[in-house]
Design a protein around this ligand. Structure first.
Ligand SMILES: N[C@H](CCC[C@H](N)C(=O)O)C(=O)O
Length: 281
């Protein structure tokens, strides 16, 4: 997949968020220079750039059945195969632009269906990759070696997640535990880490350490992974409200995939200067 940014004086972007999981969206559908890890790191610096949890690039549609292709980068420059809240924000932009009620986008995790749900946006994140549950077999690891008690569930949602069911997610010291779990040898591609506790069979509380080295207010793919993990463990049904630090997401694990519904916000539009982009030398 080619990732392009527009060639012009400066580079336009839109700041958006879903439950405080924040994004810089760059519309690269008309081509230009590729989005690079270096650009993601520069834009993602909250002091020297703008800051984001993920950079979301809208790319030219690679087939007629999709409104756009979408790429995601973390602020450390790594690329993510999935980003639920970023997909919902990109979909909101595309739905507003076209006036459509529903459309599809292509991500590294395939074609995802997105639709309006009143004022909210819903996306089918696709089926969970339960092969991930075999990871402890493929990579034999004594989970007692993990810096937290209990055996985690590994769930792929197009990106890796490691879900711990704990007594009180709010009491977990994410900053202390996150880095060691993200980089644990059990996960050769590193992992996002979720801590959840069950409130009732339809509600869980979740906090997240995202791959890329951040605590975020919300993580859509993580909420899907957590709902799948608690449903598989028989702790919840397949329709779960996931309460994140930034607010609730509704997760519905259907036959055709894990649907996620929640709010999106358009914060402001801006233009990166040629100076910032290193284009005026
Ligand atoms: N915030 C995103 C997840 C980003 C995942 C990323 N940190 C990774 O490296 O997989 C979401 O709403 O799903």
């Amino acid at each position: 997949m080619t990732r392009q940014t527009p060639q012009s004086a400066g580079l336009a972007f839109r700041k958006m968020h879903g439950l405080g999981n924040d994004f810089v969206v760059i519309d690269a559908r008309s081509g230009g220079e590729p989005v690079t890890a270096a650009l993601a790191r520069a834009v993602g610096d909250r002091r020297w750039g703008v800051g984001f949890d993920q950079l979301v690039a809208l790319l030219p549609p690679s087939s007629p059945d999709v409104a756009a292709d979408i790429g995601f980068w973390n602020a450390d420059g790594s690329e993510a195969g999935a980003c639920g809240n970023g997909t919902r924000c990109a979909a909101r932009l595309l739905l507003d632009e076209t006036g459509a009620q529903a459309l599809s986008v292509r991500t590294l995790n395939g074609v995802l269906r997105c639709e309006r749900a009143g004022a909210l946006v819903r996306v089918n994140m696709g089926p969970p990759d339960l092969e991930w549950d075999r990871i402890p077999l493929a990579y034999p690891v004594d989970t007692r070696a993990l810096p937290i008690e209990g055996s985690p569930a590994a769930v792929g949602m197009g990106n890796p997640h490691c879900v711990f069911v704990v007594e009180d997610a709010a009491a977990v010291d994410l900053a202390a535990l996150g880095p060691g779990l993200e980089h644990h040898p059990l996960f050769p591609e590193r992992t996002n880490v979720e801590f959840v506790h069950v409130i009732d069979p339809g509600t869980i509380r979740m906090r997240v350490w995202e791959r890329g080295g951040m605590i975020t207010q919300a993580c859509g793919s993580g909420a899907c992974a957590a709902a799948v993990a608690t449903a598989r463990a028989g702790l919840t049904g397949r329709h779960v409200r996931v309460i994140l630090d930034g607010g609730p997401l509704e997760i519905d694990w259907r036959e055709d995939g894990v649907w996620m519904t929640g709010p999106t916000a358009h914060v402001f539009d801006g233009v990166f200067s040629p100076e910032f982009l290193g284009e005026d030398e």
